[in-house]
Write a protein that binds this ligand. Structure first.
Ligand code: HMG
Ligand code: MG
Length: 298
């Protein structure tokens, strides 16, 4: 049985723009957030408080957070890998923070420069501080089906990271196919692993579309009752430490599919296409979304 309603977190301002070669000014990022809000998005992953040496594209995190006009009922999340990031984020009043770990040791080292066990030690004080401030904590489990350095990843690794995250008080986990190598049954196994430690209401899917599987993987997750997804307007996205990975599944494509299935999202697809066109025009390329392309050519 499919859920009757799905919650979408648009991650384009963060996952989408962290990987662009040309600098994107803060005002364009803010413009994108505002257009996503106009389209009815209630959850937006705005930016990351990470080292600017590692990800220079997110160096304007505080400026972007300060510049967005907050809408009632909307929630804004930011990535915080350590206490330094959390302290900087706190001043910007995020509704939710994201700690991001990995289901492979190699990816953990490449992305956040520490082992899985060390990452959990670093996250623990971040999670407690966030919860003391009443800020919701989400955990991302990267490379949950495949790793660019280690190849196939076992569901047991996902289960381990989910258990460790649960142990330090992370309230929700996102199962991430960082490099888009997953196929529906493998993605279901990874989600089942996370569901051993988290309730269905506290698990989401985050699928990159490198191999064109992300919509199929979303459908497979929906069949399990998973009702929360990270998606990216115009199909932007990628991770600087996952070479060759392309964008997240396009929000436009997911919304088109869900509405066609009679599943509510609260999102206005035409306005969402406008948001995708705005950022794609800035980046001087067409939106990486089949539904957006079809609607723009209609
Ligand atoms: P490190 O070099 O081990 O950190 O990096 P450190 O604690 O040794 O500090 C080194 C320097 O960085 C110091 O500066 C710190 O002050 C500074 P220096 O003294 O040399 O001038 N620093 C910071 N500056 C600003 N904000 C901070 C911060 N922390 C330290 N928060 C670190 C460790 C985690 C910081 C680094 O590896 C990093 O920033 N990694 C982020 C990588 C990243 O953002 N990846 C993309 C996001 S994750 C993703 O895309 C996956 C996801 O979409 C799900 C999926 O698809 O899989 C979520
Ligand atoms: Mg991602």
């Amino acid at each position: 049985k499919y859920p009757s309603r799905v919650k979408i977190v648009d991650v384009a301002p963060r996952d989408g723009l962290q990987n662009e070669k040309a600098p994107v000014p803060a005002e364009v990022k803010i413009g994108l957030v505002h257009r996503l809000q106009d389209a009815g998005l209630k959850e937006i992953e705005v930016t990351s408080f990470v080292s600017p040496k590692w990800v220079p594209q997110m160096a304007d995190a505080a400026e972007v957070m300060a510049g967005i006009e907050r809408r009632p009922g909307a929630r804004y999340s930011v990535l915080t890998p350590n206490m330094k990031g959390f302290e900087a984020a706190l001043a910007c009043r995020p509704d939710e923070i994201v700690v991001f770990g990995a289901a492979s040791e190699a990816f953990s080292h490449r992305n956040i420069n520490c082992s899985i066990a060390e990452s959990i030690e670093r996250f623990a004080p971040v999670v407690s501080a966030a919860r003391e401030h009443g800020i919701h904590v989400r955990g991302a489990i990267s490379v949950a089906v495949g790793c660019p350095y280690e190849g196939e990843v076992s569901p047991a690794n996902v289960e381990l990271v989910a258990r460790l995250m649960k142990g330090i008080g992370v309230q929700h986990v996102g199962v991430a196919d960082t490099i888009g190598v997953g196929t529906p049954l493998k993605v279901q196994r990874a989600l089942e692993a996370a569901l051993k430690h988290y309730d269905l209401d506290d698990v989401s899917g985050h699928f990159h579309d490198t191999y064109g599987q992300a919509l199929g993987n979303t459908l497979a997750a929906l069949q399990m009752g998973v009702w929360q997804y990270d998606t990216s307007c115009a199909g932007l996205g990628g991770c600087p430490y996952a070479k060759g990975a392309t964008g997240n599944v396009a929000t436009e494509d997911v919304v088109y599919m869900l509405h066609g299935m009679g599943i509510a999202t609260g999102i206005d697809l035409d306005k969402l296409v406008d948001a995708g066109k705005y950022i794609s025009d800035f980046l001087r390329r067409p939106p990486n979304s089949r539904a957006a392309t079809a609607l723009l050519n209609k």
